[in-house]
Design a protein around this ligand. Structure first.
Ligand SMILES: [Zn+2]
Ligand SMILES: [Zn+2]
Length: 127
């Protein structure tokens, strides 16, 4: 039982880990189902949340939707409005912004998100 659970969690992690991944729990579920046809969506949810707690992946809320990111380091994203893909943006994360807001609002800031909107190079080439 324990062994199977670990294997499922590993399979989920393998789907989501890495750069330029930005998936909903359902996206992950659909992929993991190839390997584990009987896996339940709630199992995928539970493991994704577990992986977040272990800081192996990150959770991102965008327009009320929850996504999971295979790159746990704080970073920015480029969202292509044409193909709807998200790319990791290789810009230094601005920790000063967190400190500024923390001081100004006497708040504990855990991070900020920045999403650039536009059309990715792949889509531009295809035009
Ligand atoms: Zn695109
Ligand atoms: Zn990312």
């Amino acid at each position: 039982m324990e062994y199977r659970q670990t294997k499922q969690k590993q399979a989920i992690y393998d789907v989501i880990r890495g750069k330029d991944k930005y998936m909903s729990a359902y996206d992950v579920y659909a992929k993991v189902k190839d390997v584990y046809p009987n896996i339940a969506l709630k199992t995928v949810y539970r493991n994704l949340n577990l992986l977040c707690e272990q800081k192996l992946i990150a959770k991102i809320i965008d327009e009320g939707q929850t996504y999971f990111d295979g790159n746990p380091e704080p970073h920015y994203h480029l969202h292509c409005t044409k193909c709807n893909r998200y790319y990791d943006v290789d810009l230094p994360y601005n920790h000063e912004l967190d400190e500024m807001v923390s001081k100004r609002y006497n708040a504990k800031i855990t991070g900020h998100q920045l999403i650039f909107e536009g059309i990715c190079s792949k889509c531009l080439e295809g035009e």
